[in-house]
Design a binder for this molecule. Structure first.
Ligand code: FAD
Length: 247
């Protein structure tokens, strides 16, 4: 029997949604041709309490972080892979503006309890984490393929698919801009590149952050990123971004 729910897209959103449905015992079909161009395939999976040049505390972090830890640990257990790793961030000031923001916010306790101790050129952020998204996407794909719940193709027309399923849930990421259903959203596109590097001597529990970040992902391997090109919509790796990340 055809499942009533179709999930279009198996990036981060589609994967987590399908996992919730599976746990609730609700049948679904998920369709995705592969992850070429998926934001999830480029992302570092960093979960960080304090971000940006103005050192802003992440929205609803106190509530969402414990929830994220639980979900990713449970999913990792079901898939037989370790997906969640507790991390600290060594945040170095890129300029005086950042230093001033830190001094102002440290004085009011605004960043508590995530601002750890200061050092000469920065401060520690505690309570961060990293999700192994590559492992999550691949293992979830294997699981649902074996269960006959994944079709490795594109949904060419989501509206037409809605006639064959009771509900179609659009998890197609940036591609959702071209389906028409979300025309009311003021889309703003941005492209990002990350680079995987071989590097020895990094602390596996520490993300380095000074404008860009370096996130250890395994023995002698780290991700460096991310670039940000507002308005760019293609998803090909960019040689200029690569040079910038190497530098
Ligand atoms: C370089 C970079 C670094 C990032 N780093 C972080 C980070 O460290 N921490 C963080 O929290 N966020 C990060 N992000 C943001 C995060 O990656 C995204 O918010 C998230 O991955 C979006 O997931 P998604 O499932 O919505 O979309 P996507 O991952 O883009 O997935 C969409 C999926 O839909 C599929 N699809 C498209 N059209 C169709 C169709 N018609 N039929 C079927 N399938 C279709 C695609 O194949 C794709 O697999 C980063 C993003 C980038 C680009």
């Amino acid at each position: 029997m055809r499942p009533e729910i179709l999930i279009a897209g198996q990036g981060l959103a589609g994967t987590l949604l399908a996992w919730e449905l599976e746990q609730a015992g609700i049948p679904f079909l998920i369709r995705d041709p592969g992850h070429e161009g998926a934001a999830t395939a480029a992302a570092a999976g960093i979960i960080n309490a304090i971000t940006g040049r103005r050192l802003v505390k992440t929205w609803r972090f106190d509530v969402l972080r414990p929830l994220a830890a639980e979900v990713w640990r449970d999913l990792g257990d079901a898939l037989g892979v370790r997906l969640w790793r507790e991390m600290r961030v060594r945040r170095e000031f890129a300029d005086d503006e950042e230093r001033n923001a830190w001094e102002r916010k440290a004085a009011t306790g605004e960043l508590s309890p995530y601002a750890g101790g200061p050092f000469d050129d920065g401060f520690w952020i505690v309570g961060a984490a990293r999700v192994d998204l590559a492992a999550a996407m691949a293992a979830a794909r294997r699981r649902w393929r074996m269960q006959g719940r994944l079709r490795e193709d594109t949904v060419p027309d989501l509206a037409a698919a809605a006639e064959r399923h009771r509900m179609v849930i659009d998890c197609t990421g940036a591609a959702g801009a071209s389906h028409g259903a979300f025309d009311f959203v003021p889309w703003e596109f941005s492209k990002g590149d990350t680079l995987e590097i071989g590097v020895e001597g990094l602390d596996p529990d520490v993300i380095l952050n000074r404008r860009l970040w370096v996130a250890p992902t395994g023995e002698g391997v780290a991700l460096v990123g991310a670039t940000n090109e507002p308005g760019v919509t293609d998803s090909r790796p960019d040689p200029v971004a690569r040079e910038r990340l190497i530098a």
